[in-house]
Design a protein around this ligand. Structure first.
Ligand code: NAX
Length: 331
């Protein structure tokens, strides 16, 4: 049986809990691939991972390989094919007597984590490793990790698939369609309320989604607001942030990158900008992406961008430039 080595940080958290069985069950990598899991947590809760390990064992998956628990990223990253970096410090936590509320403070604290994690993966993970950052602020965390990983053959991404799935769900509800009728959904920019879900370039049964919907007022007000604020709506309703849907989006991103992207589709994640669409180089930015037969991820080029969309893309670009400025000492 083939094997894949997968590292998950924040594995004892709520997204981690929803993620592990789906990584191990054969659903993600296939029924002919053994999944070895390296689970990483902060030292204070690493012992909880033993419970996760026991539960995974009790699921009885044929595809489950080894499960190892770590609090040291250097030890955990050896020979890793896939790293899902879910762990990060949430807003509102108190550290050294100070409540962390400001974005700049949050960025710096998480920045420290991603400096170390980036270095560990750059030095120890496989040359063709793919790394998906879920922990917020995901784009800027990925930028720090990628910079310190300093390994050009590895691919760093930040997750925007949850936003893309949320956008598809809203369109499917509005038009009474199946989710699979909606293709080529792009989330431009930051995983934050400034991200821009693009219905001009998304397609419904081969036609532009915005043309099919034919209700610009709904697109510019209801749709945009609902998708951009969905994370908050879930926190308000559930008393906790998205977990099942976030884990599902991480699984979708992994699946999207392990096979060639179908001709009639693309997927959404944030990757290092190469200057496409005039996005400054050196930002981790949400783009439409394709994967080739060798597993190489590339940006879909030359899509038309309306003046309205450009305005939204400029806003989210500016936010990412501001975030980058806040952590410039860490780069
Ligand atoms: P939880 O607080 O339930 O779990 C986070 C876990 O990470 C904790 O167990 C904590 O001990 C661990 N952790 C913290 N620092 C770590 C480190 N240096 N190394 C290893 N583990 C570490 O949060 P959860 O709900 O699972 O969310 C995790 C992250 O995902 C948060 O940053 C959250 O904001 C982010 N999200 C990102 C989304 C996206 O689409 N990109 C959507 C969902 C989610 O909000």
């Amino acid at each position: 049986m083939k094997e894949v080595n997968v590292l998950v940080t924040g594995a004892a958290g709520q997204i981690g809990y929803a993620l592990l069985t789906r990584l191990a069950s054969g659903e993600t990598f296939g029924q002919d691939v053994k999944v070895n899991l390296n689970l990483v947590e902060v030292p204070q809760v690493v012992s909880r991972l033993e419970g996760s390990r026991m539960e995974l064992e009790d699921c009885g998956f044929n595809t489950l390989g080894t499960v190892k628990n770590f609090s040291d990223m250097n030890e955990a990253s050896g020979d890793i094919d896939w790293a899902l970096l879910v762990g990060s410090i949430p807003r509102g936590i108190t550290i050294n007597g100070k409540k962390i509320e400001e974005r700049a403070d949050l960025l710096k604290i998480n920045g420290g984590i991603f400096t170390e994690q980036g270095k560990a993966l750059g030095e120890n993970a496989k040359a063709d490793a793919k790394i998906l950052v879920v922990g917020n602020p995901a784009n800027t965390n990925a930028l720090i990790g990628c910079t310190h990983g300093n390994n050009e053959s590895q691919t760093w991404m930040a997750m925007t698939a949850l936003d893309a799935n949320r956008a598809k769900a809203q369109v499917a509800n509005k038009c009474n369609l199946d989710i699979s009728d909606i293709k080529k959904m792009t989330i431009w920019g930051n995983h934050s309320p400034t991200m821009y879900p693009d219905l001009d370039n998304a397609e419904i049964k081969g036609e532009s989604a915005s043309g099919w919907i034919n209700d610009q007022n709904w697109i510019e007000s209801d749709f945009l607001r609902i998708v951009q604020q969905r994370g908050k709506a879930i926190i308000d309703a559930r008393g906790a942030s998205s977990a099942t849907s976030a884990a599902n989006a991480a699984i979708d991103t992994v699946k999207a990158t392990i096979k060639e992207t179908p001709e009639d589709d693309w997927f959404s994640a944030a990757v290092l900008s190469d200057g496409s669409y005039n996005v400054p180089e050196g930002l981790i930015f949400g783009f439409p992406l394709k994967v080739d037969t060798n597993g190489k991820v590339s940006i879909v080029k030359d899509l038309p961008i309306s003046d309205y969309a450009q305005e939204k893309i400029d806003l989210t670009t500016q936010e990412l430039l501001d975030e980058k400025n806040d952590i410039k000492d860490l780069l």
